[in-house]
Design a protein around this ligand. Structure first.
Ligand SMILES: Nc1ncnc2c1ncn2[C@@H]1O[C@H](COP(=O)(O)OP(=O)(O)OP(=O)(O)O)[C@@H](O)[C@H]1O
Ligand code: SF4
Ligand SMILES: [Mg+2]
Length: 458
């Protein structure tokens, strides 16, 4: 049996890393007058992924969707709430993927990096490094550049003279001359500082690097230079890279494959060219709609992403994108609370003369996630109930207010209107459109193999 390789040497296996069902929930303190309690902020919520050796994987999504947290989890810089992470998985583990669930679970548990003791983890740590966005805060201002780069080498027992000689070589590799060795970080420009951060990350000859927005704090001209440098270093050092970015143009330029993240979940995964040619998830479509297309004959309509990303503390039910999705339909996760605002709008008698003859609206009560009760002053008659139902149904048929798709029934109960929304809501899971294109969206649920892009449908 081949073991998952947690040894210090380099491996040549095809797969570098497998993450299975990883979650990171941060406990957030909530205080009221009566008590203090903690509720989970779901920064990363059940992510599974496979990274092959030599790939440059893009991780994209809006601010706050969990990219940095996932990047840190993938090098075990922070520990997960749940899940497994296997680095250099054994052939056997790869072979068993998707077969017997209990066997798979055991193999993952035994091989997971999260279960390694401190000594073993320290050995493995050198194989994976991270470079953060902000070169101003990631380098200790009290140390000379040569000490900053030599530090990881010294901490792994490399002799002092060798560590400093390697430190100079690394600086040259990232395009900085020997003059820089005796300078402090504040004596460098932003681009030069980021080069130093890259040199330090390379010092221990890692296999895997997480680059977290490595160029976004730099001027555009410097960004291009640093990106070119990274591309050259990747080839020379045979690196596998997770590249976190907001910038879809940069992602298209340097990544082989892209993961799109929304509120802690991966919602689409594809080879870069496939993702740009045929984005499937409505969120990806919106993200890409602002990216210029190289072929002027191809038209792409601009999709404006309305509203902010909801809080990961109170994630929307079902598909968490449903509050902003212009394709959302019945089963996407609407709750009764989400239709209150629409009801106030629709049932406003100043908008609709049919409603003027009714008694005044008294209260809208969210009974639970699935039921909304609308009461009027006085009990509604059957006829008045029918009038209200027809007003709501007309808006539903027009389809302009998407939350109304969530309504499963409207009835008159004891003189009030009772609205039910669809229950049994599940999160959409990643489905295969083709073997290398996965999407988590109910639009593709049944016809996954022949699913067309919603760009084509729109
Ligand atoms: N240590 C922490 N404690 C509590 N909440 C945290 C912590 N770290 C991150 N979060 C929260 O987790 C969510 C995801 O944060 P994360 O930094 O991973 O997002 P991101 O996609 O990298 O955002 P950005 O693009 O702005 O860098 C956010 O709501 C953030 O506030
Ligand atoms: S499941 Fe698809 S259609 Fe429904 S809200 Fe989510 S992204 Fe939109
Ligand atoms: Mg981040």
């Amino acid at each position: 049996m081949t073991q998952s390789d947690n040894s210090p040497g380099r491996s040549n296996q095809e797969y570098l890393l497998i993450a299975k069902n990883i979650k990171k929930y941060f406990p957030i303190k909530m205080s009221s007058k009566v008590m203090t309690h903690r509720i989970p902020l779901k920064a990363v919520d059940d992510v599974s992924l496979i990274i092959k050796r030599g790939e440059v994987i893009g991780l994209v999504g809006e601010s706050g969707c969990g990219k940095t947290t996932l990047g840190k989890l993938l090098i075990n810089l922070i520990s997960p709430s749940e899940g497994y992470l296997v680095f250099n998985p054994s052939e056997e583990l790869v072979k068993d993927l998707g077969k017997d669930e209990s066997v798979e679970e055991k193999e993952f548990r035994d091989a997971s990096m999260y279960n390694l003791n401190k000594r073993k983890m320290r050995q493995l740590r050198r194989k994976m490094q991270i470079v953060f966005q902000d070169p101003y805060s990631s380098l200790d201002p009290r140390y000379l550049i040569k000490d900053i780069i030599a530090e990881p080498l010294l901490s792994f027992g490399i002799r002092k003279d060798e560590a400093y000689s390697r430190s100079s070589n690394l600086l040259r590799e990232v395009g900085l001359s020997d003059d820089f060795v005796n300078r402090y970080p504040h004596q460098l420009s932003g681009g030069q500082r980021q080069r130093v951060a890259i040199a330090r990350a390379l010092a221990l000859n890692p296999e895997f690097m997480v680059l977290d927005e490595p160029t976004s704090a730099l001027d555009v001209s410097v960004q291009a230079q640093v990106l070119n440098l990274l591309e050259n270093l990747r080839k020379k050092h045979n690196l596998t890279i997770l590249f976190i970015t907001h910038n879809m143009i940069v992602a298209r330029h340097i990544c082989n494959r892209i993961y799109v993240m929304y509120l802690g979940k991966i919602v689409e995964e594809a080879r870069t060219e496939d993702l740009f040619a045929k984005p499937m998830h409505p969120y990806t479509v919106a993200l890409l709609s602002s990216v210029p297309i190289p072929n002027p004959k191809t038209k792409r309509s601009r999709v404006i992403l309305e509203g902010d990303v909801p809080s990961p503390i109170t994630k929307p039910r079902g598909c968490s994108f449903h509050t902003r999705c212009k394709f959302a339909f019945e089963k996407c996760g609407w709750t009764s609370g989400e239709i209150v605002e629409s009801m106030n709008y629709i049932l406003d008698p100043t908008r609709n003369t049919v409603l003027e003859t009714l008694p005044a609206l008294s209260v809208m009560e969210v009974i639970d996630e699935n039921r909304l009760k609308i009461s009027y002053f006085g009990s509604l008659s059957q006829e008045q109930g029918e009038t209200i139902k027809e007003v709501i149904n007309k808006e539903r048929r027009e389809g302009k207010i998407r939350s109304l798709f969530g309504i499963s029934s409207i009835s008159l109960e004891n003189g009030s209107i009772l609205i039910n929304v669809f229950e049994s809501i599940r999160d959409p899971v990643l489905l295969t459109s083709d073997i290398e294109h996965l999407v988590a969206c109910w639009l593709y649920e049944e016809k996954n193999s022949s699913a067309g892009s919603i760009i084509e449908r729109a």
